[in-house]
Write a protein that binds this ligand. Sequence first.
Ligand SMILES: C[S@@+](CC[C@H](N)C(=O)[O-])C[C@H]1O[C@@H](n2cnc3c(N)ncnc32)[C@H](O)[C@@H]1O
Length: 437
Amino acid sequence: MVIKQSAEFLNDINQRYFNRGLSADFLAILAKLETYNNPKYFEGVDIILSRYRQAGLGITELSPHFVFELAEGLPRNTFLDSKAPFIPPITTPDRHMRIDQLIASLPVPSGTRPCLLDLGCGFPPITTVEAAERLSNWNVIGVDPSFYPYLVTNNHGYYGCFDGQENLRFMWSDALHRKVTLQNSADEITKIREDIVSAAKKLFAKFKTDKRTDEIEIEGHHLFCNPFKLYTRPNVTFMTGKIGSVEIDNIAVARLFNVSVYYDETFRLQTLDWISKILKEGGMFFCGTDWIKGLSSAYFTYKKADGVLNEVSFSFSIDCLYPLRPWIFFSMHRSYAEKDTLIRYLKILREDKKFINAFDSRFVKLVEEHGLGKKDPQSNRWLPLTQSLDLAEFNNSALEINELLEKEGYVDQAVLALRSHGIKAECNAVNLIEVKS
Ligand SMILES: C[S@@+](CC[C@H](N)C(=O)[O-])C[C@H]1O[C@@H](n2cnc3c(N)ncnc32)[C@H](O)[C@@H]1O
């Protein structure tokens, strides 16, 4: 893609993907991309929108949340602008809840303690600890190259990871009051970053004079030295390292979530090759993306049989059919096996008019009832938001809507629709649409 100036880029995507139909409000939100002055964001937005269109989604499905996240979230979540671009250790509680449930349903030979490898687990390693708590008869190993010796937190749910030279390497938030819409988050984030860095200076100074403790508090800010002690559990081990570089074997299940989207096809193939060596016979590998409690899930399942790792299935969650946020379409590289596969099935389902009309009208009604947005009955397009929402409200509503869609049988209907196109689909043990390879 030829990189353009912002105004030209917006014109271009408006023309190419929406037949010049983007409203002035949506264009005003997207104009924010201008301020980042980074061609990589244009490329990221273009990749997302081209997949959005390929999946059969158009202007009438384009929600203000989706547009807002394109403009604001891409810089916040991808760190493409950092001087030395790195893969952020972003994670969140309950992210792999359904994968944990799937693993819990696997047979475990009596007298054995199988090993789960949580690859690229992120920091703090919340998902690894949750897996260890949910799978008490398993041993769990969390592996990541970005484990940091110092963690600084504030009273509002933000935290900074500091390296051995006391430099801030990464800041993130488990703050559920963080606004997801209608705010200038870049300014706020800059202020919080400055606050954490200046608090850290005081905390490190105090730590040097008082070495008796490895947890220091000053005015609501905490410094944890060796933060891993917060995540110690009897069945958990942590290892610093990358795929291919950690000495490990005899793994019953490995998972790699929200990591491969940052890499290319060569990395994917090298990963599969390494996984086939470290898995025990009959072992499984789950690889893909997800968000809290199985929302926005899309992943491959592999199984090792007769020494060979075989692709078994591809699974995705029902909310992928009408994404309110762009992340299921994000990857750093344009050609990417997981996304291509997801889009293939979304396109089939979105072209199945009988199924999709019923699904869309129920989904829109639920979104409106939950206060996540409103459509203009005349144009059938989403109207701009009139009030700000925080992350907790957004997540809760998205989860409730998903639960209702599942209860009302839309997963089964999607499965039947896929089968009517000759695809071997079923609803898996954790209510995701699963297509057999
Ligand atoms: C977005 S986080 C995802 C964390 C967690 N798996 C989750 O789903 O919440 C991506 C993580 O991948 C790690 N990572 C990047 N390259 C890796 C590699 N080659 N091998 C293992 N982990 C890697 C990063 O350090 C980062 O913590």
